[in-house]
Design a protein around this ligand. Structure first.
Ligand code: AMP
Ligand code: MG
Length: 399
C-alpha cells in the first residue's frame, strides 16, 4: 500500500503549474496572486512635499534662531496642498505651506507653524532647522525603477494602496484555477427537486463547491451523472474540457455499479494511485488525463471530504503556486478517548481549538454527515496507534 504522501507527490509530478496571467481592475485584484513583478514607473512623492503645516524656507536663514532671538522672514507666497507654483527664493523669505503642499525650488526645509508667530506678511521664526527638516524629497518613499512587489505574492488590502499610489489600475494576476465536480450515482438528486423513492440528495458537491469557491477557485461544472458507463465517459470529458482539475465522487469501490475505474481506464487516463494507506477513502483514485488531475473520491460524504482536503489543496497550491491555498497541519492534545486501533492510517473528524482536540460523537462512519457539523479538522492517526486522552496527535485543519 502506498502512503498518501507518495500518492500526492506522484500526482503533482504529472501536472504543471498554470502560469497564465490576466489583467484585472485594481478593485478586483485583492486576494489574487500577482502575476508579474511590479516596478515603479514614477517617484513617490512625485514632488517635494511639506510634512507639516508651517513655512517653507531655507534652513540657513534660521541659523541661531530661538524664542529670545527670533529671525524674521518675508512671507512671499502661500501654497496649499494640490497647488503647484514656483516662488523664487531670495534670501530671508518663506512660503506659507500646509501638509502635503508643494515646496518650491530653492526652499530646503519646513518649519512647523507652532515654532513661529503665524505671521502673514512677515513671520518670526523661533528655532533653527536643518536642511531636510519636515521636507519630503522626490522619491523619498518609492524611487522610479524600484521593484515594489514581487510576482507570486498574495495581494492583500495593504498592497492595494501601494499599487494605487503608483497610479496602477490594471493589475497582472495569475489566472485562477477551475475545478469541475462530477457527482456520480443513479441515486442522486439535486436539492430543489422533490425527492423520489430510492433517491438521496447530492450533498458532497455542495461542500466541495463552497469550500473551493471560498478560496477563489472557480467551479464551472457541477453535474450529477447516473451510473452508466457511456454517459459517465461523456460527462467526464466535458468536466475535463472546462477545468484544470476534475473531482468525481462515487463509484470507485468494488460494487457492480462502481464504474469509475473502468471509465477512467477506457478514456485513457493514467492511474497514479488508488488504495492508499488511508481510511476512510481507501479506494480514492488519482489519475491524469490531458495533463489534468482527476481526483475520484468515494461517495461517502466524510470519506470524500477528508480525502478532498488531503489532496485538493496541495494540488491547487501547486498549480497556482499560491502557498496560501495550503492546509494547516499542526499538533494538539486529545481530550476524549478514541477506542479504535486501526490497521490503516486514519483520518478522524474532530474539533480543535487552542491546542486541544475533541471528538464529535461516538459515530465515526464515513457515511455520516451530521456529526461533521461542528468539526474543523481531522486527526491524522498512524496505523496501529492506541490513543488515550492527553496524547499529542497530528491534526489537519479543514480549509
Ligand atoms: P459510492 O461511493 O458510489 O459507493 O457511494 C457510497 C455511498 O455514498 C452511497 O450510500 C451513496 O448513496 C452515497 N453517495 C454517493 N454520492 C453521494 C453524494 N454526492 N452525496 C451524498 N451521498 C452520496
Ligand atoms: Mg455509487
Amino acid at each position: 500500500m502506498k502512503e498518501l504522501e507518495e500518492c500526492l507527490e506522484a500526482l503533482l509530478a504529472e501536472v504543471k503549474p498554470i502560469e497564465k496571467t490576466e489583467y484585472v481592475a485594481l478593485t478586483d485584484s485583492c486576494d489574487r496572486i500577482l502575476g508579474e513583478d511590479i516596478v515603479a514607473q514614477m517617484m513617490i512623492p512625485p514632488y517635494p512635499k511639506s510634512a507639516m503645516d508651517g513655512y517653507a524656507l531655507r534652513a540657513e536663514d534660521t541659523l541661531g534662531a530661538d524664542r529670545e532671538h527670533p529671525v524674521t522672514l518675508q512671507v512671499v507666497g502661500e501654497l496649499f496642498a494640490g497647488d503647484c507654483a514656483e516662488i523664487p527664493c531670495r534670501g530671508g523669505c518663506a512660503v506659507r505651506v500646509m501638509t502635503g503642499s508643494y515646496v518650491p525650488e530653492g526652499y530646503d526645509a519646513v518649519i512647523r507653524q507652532e515654532d513661529t508667530d503665524y505671521g502673514e506678511k512677515q513671520v518670526q521664526i523661533y528655532r533653527s532647522v536643518t536642511a531636510g527638516t519636515n521636507y519630503c524629497c522626490v522619491g523619498e518613499d518609492i524611487r522610479e525603477g524600484e521593484q515594489i512587489l514581487a510576482r507570486g505574492i498574495h495581494l492583500r488590502a495593504l498592497h492595494m494602496g501601494l499599487l494605487a499610489s503608483l497610479g496602477i489600475h490594471k493589475v497582472p494576476v495569475c489566472e485562477r484555477i477551475k475545478s469541475s465536480i462530477l457527482s456520480t450515482g443513479s441515486e442522486l438528486m439535486a436539492p430543489g427537486t422533490p425527492l423520489l423513492p430510492g433517491k438521496i440528495y447530492n450533498s458532497i458537491a455542495y461542500m466541495l463547491r463552497a469550500s473551493m469557491e471560498r478560496q477563489g477557485i472557480q467551479v464551472p461544472f457541477t453535474e450529477i451523472c447516473g451510473d452508466d458507463k457511456e454517459i459517465l465517459k461523456k460527462q467526464l470529458k466535458k468536466a475535463l474540457d472546462v477545468a484544470d482539475i476534475v473531482i468525481t465522487t462515487g463509484g470507485v469501490s468494488v460494487g457492480k455499479k462502481d464504474l469509475l475505474p473502468e471509465v477512467l481506464e477506457e478514456l485513457g487516463a493514467k492511474k497514479i494511485f488508488s488504495h492508499a494507506n488511508i481510511q476512510p477513502g481507501t479506494p480514492t483514485i488519482g489519475s491524469v488525463l490531458d495533463g489534468k488531475a482527476i481526483l475520484s473520491l468515494s461517495g461517502n460524504p466524510y470519506a470524500a471530504y477528508a480525502n478532498f482536503e488531503y489532496y485538493f489543496w496541495e494540488l491547487a497550491a501547486y498549480l497556482t503556486q499560491d502557498a496560501s491555498l495550503k492546509v494547516r497541519r499542526t499538533y494538539a492534545v486529545l481530550s476524549d478517548p478514541y477506542p479504535k486501533v486501526n490497521k490503516l492510517r486514519r483520518f478522524v473528524r474532530a474539533y480543535a481549538e487552542e491546542g486541544r482536540v475533541t471528538l464529535p460523537t461516538a459515530v465515526h462512519a464515513s457515511s455520516v454527515l451530521s456529526n461533521m457539523r461542528d468539526c474543523n479538522c481531522f486527526i491524522d492517526i498512524e496505523p496501529g496507534r492506541e490513543l488515550h486522552p492527553g496524547d499529542e496527535v497530528k491534526i489537519q485543519y479543514f480549509k
